[in-house]
Design a protein around this ligand. Structure first.
Ligand code: ADP
Ligand code: MG
Length: 700
């Protein structure tokens, strides 16, 4: 037992009414210490700070009224109910109760004063309130109003609103005796004209009657901005910290000693685009340093990130080290394997393959080649980072489609599981992550603060933008005809049946059904089918046939999102497009438009289409620019959808909202520099306050 006085940092059990059981419930809600309650902001507020004249109360309002009882009666129309009619001189309102005790009934004597709070709705005779919160005043009592708005907290299972309100009130009381430490330097607060932490918290839990509720609802009140700002700052500084720590670690400098990178680039059948050349140079410079590179490539689908990754791997091999490239799915890893084998075999460089579904014997052979250092480049999935994988001298890790991995995974990969057997184990590999989900700059600042970024903002020459249309699926027959005529003129087509359900079973059934329908309707065209349930070898065979032009129409689940590269496929049909994220649709669409001919994408949707879905599909019709799609996706759906929060590990925020608060990011970035340079201890405390000790990225 500690003797010190309970304060904001004490456990919640110091509060009246909190025993071990309630403390455990609160813990499940992420509330551990008294201070945590202060950061649980109300969802909305109720105004009980003044009486609304009954004559001014309108249906739809939720308000406080007061009046004297004119009449109280029990009626039996359909259902037994107690009706109490009150008046304040300006008008009358009926209070309606379906459940009531005799005692309650007796309270409402004619002439008694009643105050009540509730939703106003139209009734058979004028306006009424059903089951309002009410008080019947005793003789000399004056009706009272609150001096601040009533906060409504997010519904939390197992804790009632009243209880939560009471606990927060106790925490606020404690805050009056001991203010939470103001961690933002005065200089920053002044410059941004933000209120102090204490003032902001107090205001948001107990807003005065004259508060600008609209600005709070929009999340733009200075008190909210004050808190969002500090939270974003905490996350940002934690990532920067991580980056600073990592950038001081030793790494093997990778110099293109044998000239393999140059040789590779000059032997390609095409010339690198200006953007590719620039990014290859940025990477080359990073790799030559004795500290680990941490670089992100953002590039639209089809912008040619793979060759850039290969050039980086060539440089590692050229310096006598190993490089690994990891993809989020087997199919994508296989695609890399195909490109990489062609490129590296030509230069006599050995590759190794590692994946989860690999047979034991093959895996053992790979592990042996990796450990002995015979394999210079390793291609695979997560399996690369599993127990038992020992590299001889891994110096570069490339992670493709990083949006499917998260910050935490990225960090874990950097620190763990990369055991180099022979060389200096303290050396960290250089890291290159690639994403085809470009995200708006402000969001990237928050999501990728631990990385340097390179952008490939140019497509290889000769690409024509894909024309995109949306059609109701009642017009499927027409679309089938369109597929037929496209294929008759020598083109190929994709027919995509996206994952509708999380269930793999349904996913594959939908694809099977479309396959049967198309095989029948398109006879004699050759239709192929791929989905996650089809064995790897068979799937590869089908893909290969499609690539070779031996299949006209490929029916597929979203596995092809990151799949094959078939320039002759100029038409894509996407079923159930209304259910998919914009960025995902854009990725899918990127599978066509890779050849010289004009390509088309038809998005089929189920009617009726809501306004939001309509707007979303319109975005894809209007632009082919991945950055723009991302920006609109962000505005329409939020970053969770865009980045797939659950998979991405974009941090969950308590108060900040990346979409709403994105415009704070440039200021956050600037302030973080000042604070980390001049106020180091405060920087650490800010991170600890918002991320907790265990969750600091820097400590993973
Ligand atoms: P992504 O950025 O989506 O991963 P890929 O690396 O798969 O794109 O490249 C898409 C296609 O473009 C591949 O067929 C690749 O060979 C081709 N490609 C890449 N760079 C160029 C270039 N500079 N000129 C012409 N074709 C290119
Ligand atoms: Mg790619």
């Amino acid at each position: 037992m500690t003797k010190s006085k309970p304060g904001l940092s004490s456990a919640l059990t110091v509060l009246r009414g909190v025993g071990p059981a309630l403390a455990r419930t609160l813990e499940r809600l992420g509330l551990y210490r008294v201070e945590d309650l202060l950061f649980l902001l109300p969802l909305r507020y109720e105004d009980r700070t003044s009486f609304v004249p009954i004559g001014a109360a309108r249906p739809g309002m939720r308000c406080l009224v007061s009046g004297t009882v004119l009449l109280a009666e029990t009626v039996y129309r359909g259902r037994r109910s107690l009706l109490v009619r009150i008046s304040d001189g300006s008008g009358q309102i009926t209070l309606r109760f379906f459940h009531f005790s005799r005692q309650q009934q007796a309270q409402f004597q004619n002439g008694a004063t009643v105050t009540c709070f509730g939703d106003v709705r139209p009734g058979p005779v004028g306006i009424e309130m059903v089951h309002p919160e009410y008080r019947v005043l005793r003789g000399e009592q004056e009706p009272e109003v609150d001096d601040a708005l009533t906060p409504i907290y997010p519904l939390t299972e197992g804790v009632q609103q009243g209880r939560l309100r009471n606990l927060v009130a106790q925490a606020l009381e404690m805050m009056r005796r001991e203010a939470p430490e103001e961690l933002l330097p005065a200089q920053v607060l002044q410059e941004l004209e933000l209120p102090s932490l204490e003032a902001a918290l107090h205001y948001l839990h107990k807003p005065p009657p004259d508060v600008d509720l609209a600005s709070i609802e929009n999340g733009k009140h200075p008190c909210q901005l004050r808190l969002s700002f500090e939270e974003l700052l905490a996350h940002y500084m934690s990532l920067r910290n991580l980056r600073d720590l990592a950038s001081r670690e030793p790494a093997t400098p990778l110099v293109d000693r044998k000239g393999l990178r140059g040789l590779f680039v000059s032997s390609l059948p095409f010339k690198l685009t200006g953007a590719q050349e620039r990014v290859v140079a940025e990477i080359a410079a990073d790799l030559a340093l004795a500290h680990p590179m941490m670089r992100l490539i953002q590039g639209d689908v089809g912008s040619g990130k793979t060759v850039v990754a290969a050039a980086a791997c060539m440089q590692a091999v050229s310096a006598g080290s190993q490089a690994a490239i990891m993809a989020p799915t087997e199919l994508l890893a296989e695609q890399h394997w195909a490109s990489f084998s062609a490129w590296f075999d030509a230069l006599g460089i050995e590759l190794a393959w590692l994946s989860g579904s690999q047979k034991q014997a093959a895996r053992r052979a790979s592990l042996e080649a990796i450990q002995a250092g015979r394999a210079s480049v390793i291609v695979g999935t997560h399996a690369l980072f599993q127990e038992g994988v020992e590299f001889a001298n891994l110096a570069l890790v490339v992670i493709d489609e990083q949006h499917r991995f998260g910050v935490h995974q990225r960090v874990a990969l950097r620190n763990k599981g990369l055991a180099n057997r022979h060389s200096d184990a303290r050396k960290h590999p250089h890291q290159l992550v690639m994403t085809a989900t470009p995200i708006p700059r402000t969001l990237a600042m928050a999501a990728y603060a631990d990385l340097d970024t390179s952008i490939i903002d140019e497509l290889p020459p000769g690409r024509q933008p894909v024309t995109t249309i949306a059609l109701p699926d009642t017009r499927r027959a027409e679309v089938v005809e369109r597929v037929r005529s496209a294929c008759a003129s020598g083109q190929q087509a994709y027919w995509v049946c996206p994952l509708i359900d999380e269930s793999e079973l349904l996913d594959y059934q939908a694809a099977e059904a479309s396959f049967a329908m198309l095989t029948d309707a398109l006879d004699p065209l050759r239709v192929g089918l791929v989905h996650g349930r089809i064995k790897n070898a068979r799937r590869e065979e089908i893909m290969r046939a499609f690539k070779a032009g031996d299949i006209d129409v490929l029916v597929a689940t979203t596995v092809i999102e990151v799949g094959v590269d078939v320039p002759n496929a100029g038409l894509m049909i996407i079923e159930n497009s209304e259910r998919m994220g914009l960025s995902q649709l854009h990725q899918l669409r990127g599978r066509v438009g890779r050849g010289a001919q004009q390509s088309h994408c038809v998005m089929l949707y189920k009617q009726p289409l809501g306004q939001l879905a309509r707007n979303r599909l319109a975005v894809l019709r209007e632009t082919n620019d991945g950055f723009l799609v991302a920006q609109r996706d962000l505005e329409l759906r939020g970053p969770g959808e865009l980045l797939g929060t659950k998979q991405t590990g974009l941090p969950e925020y308590r108060i900040a909202n990346l979409v709403r608060d994105a415009e704070l990011m440039p200021v956050v970035q600037k302030s973080a520099e000042i604070i980390q340079r001049q106020f180091k201890p405060a920087a650490q405390q800010i991170v600890r306050r918002w991320l907790g000790d265990a969750h600091q990225y820097g400590k993973v």
